[in-house]
Write a protein of this length. Structure first.
Length: 135
């Protein structure tokens, strides 16, 4: 049952376009990462206008989203991982030129993105997937 729910949830998240009065930019295939201060960093994705570089920071207490820094490379189908120090590592995905092998790091202290380490192959840039229980 848990595996089935995970698959349904993953399929739903991949297909939806999030557009609401709470977000400034309609998007799908983006990431949403909980920051240490309780806000949510929303990065990348795509919509009817193409790939999205503009990030947003959603404040659930204020029920408001503010436009944030832009990625150097607009991307969709990427992954985002919060690091132990609170920064967020943005990895891979697809962009205008195809599969991206670069990474970017969001620093919540400066509210900016900086270049991260490069990955060596396109396979390294594949979107991260949660492991299936029992695998």
């Amino acid at each position: 049952m848990a595996i089935m729910m995970s698959l349904v949830s993953a399929a739903f998240c991949q297909a939806q376009i999030v557009g609401s009065a709470l977000l400034n930019v309609e998007r799908r295939a983006h990431t949403a990462t909980l920051l240490n201060d309780g806000r949510v960093l929303i990065v990348g994705g795509d919509n009817q206008n193409g790939f999205i570089a503009q990030s947003e920071v959603f404040d659930p207490v204020a029920q408001a989203s503010l436009l944030g820094a832009s990625l150097a490379n607009a991307r969709t189908d990427h992954s985002a991982t919060k690091l132990a120090d609170g920064r967020v590592l943005i990895i891979g995905g697809r962009g205008q030129s195809g599969t991206l092998t670069g990474t970017e790091i969001f620093d919540p202290m400066t509210a900016s993105f900086n270049a991260g380490p490069s990955m060596t192959t396109d396979e390294d840039a594949a979107p991260a997937r949660a492991p299936v229980s029992g695998a």
